[in-house]
Design a protein around this ligand. Sequence first.
Ligand SMILES: N[C@@H](CCC(=O)N[C@@H](CS)C(=O)NCC(=O)O)C(=O)O
Length: 201
Amino acid sequence: MLLRHSHTSPFVRKVTVMLHETGLMDHVAIETVDAWAEPAGLTADNPLSMVPTLVLEDGTSLYDSTVICDYLDQQHDGTRMVPAGGDRRWRVLREQALADGMLDCAVLIFVERVRRPQERRWDEWIELKQRAITRSLDMLEQDAAGLAGRVDLGTLSVAVALGYLDLRGAVGPWRDTRPALAAWFAEFAARPSMLATAPPA
Ligand SMILES: N[C@@H](CCC(=O)N[C@@H](CS)C(=O)NCC(=O)O)C(=O)O
């Protein structure tokens, strides 16, 4: 398999943490691309020109990160990263959706602050997206006990989202008012899968 990849994309990191946690990392070749440059190899596999994009041995391409993680979860023999059924399944999938939504907000804030010309920056839009992230962090703080001791697609997605908030400073310091979430994240962030996929400083 070939993973079209970027070192700073948190959605790519979600997939690479998943690869490490499921023991599949050795089955994947990595090709780093600049998705914004619309490289021909990437657009041939994914017309959206977005990473992550996974190309299978038979040439089939998979995107986005949710579809790739679903596929990978069917390629290993360990405990499923998304439970097959029951309340835990919906909890894990909801956590992934919340974390991905936080990432969408954080990426939009980054684009607004860094990529868009200063004179066209829309501060109200940035604040709207920051409020969405803040509310999500507050919800996760209330639910931090429910994250403890679990390694699945829900918890790894949340950890990747928190890591990206730190990387981009999307909402400033968040730990002081959310001690339970901060403690949980400190422990999860020390996992080998998280250390091996940390973005460049
Ligand atoms: N929903 C997608 C989001 C992927 C995404 O936003 N990728 C960004 C990098 S973080 C990208 O490729 N951006 C290129 C562009 O927008 O042109 C997923 O889960 O994979």
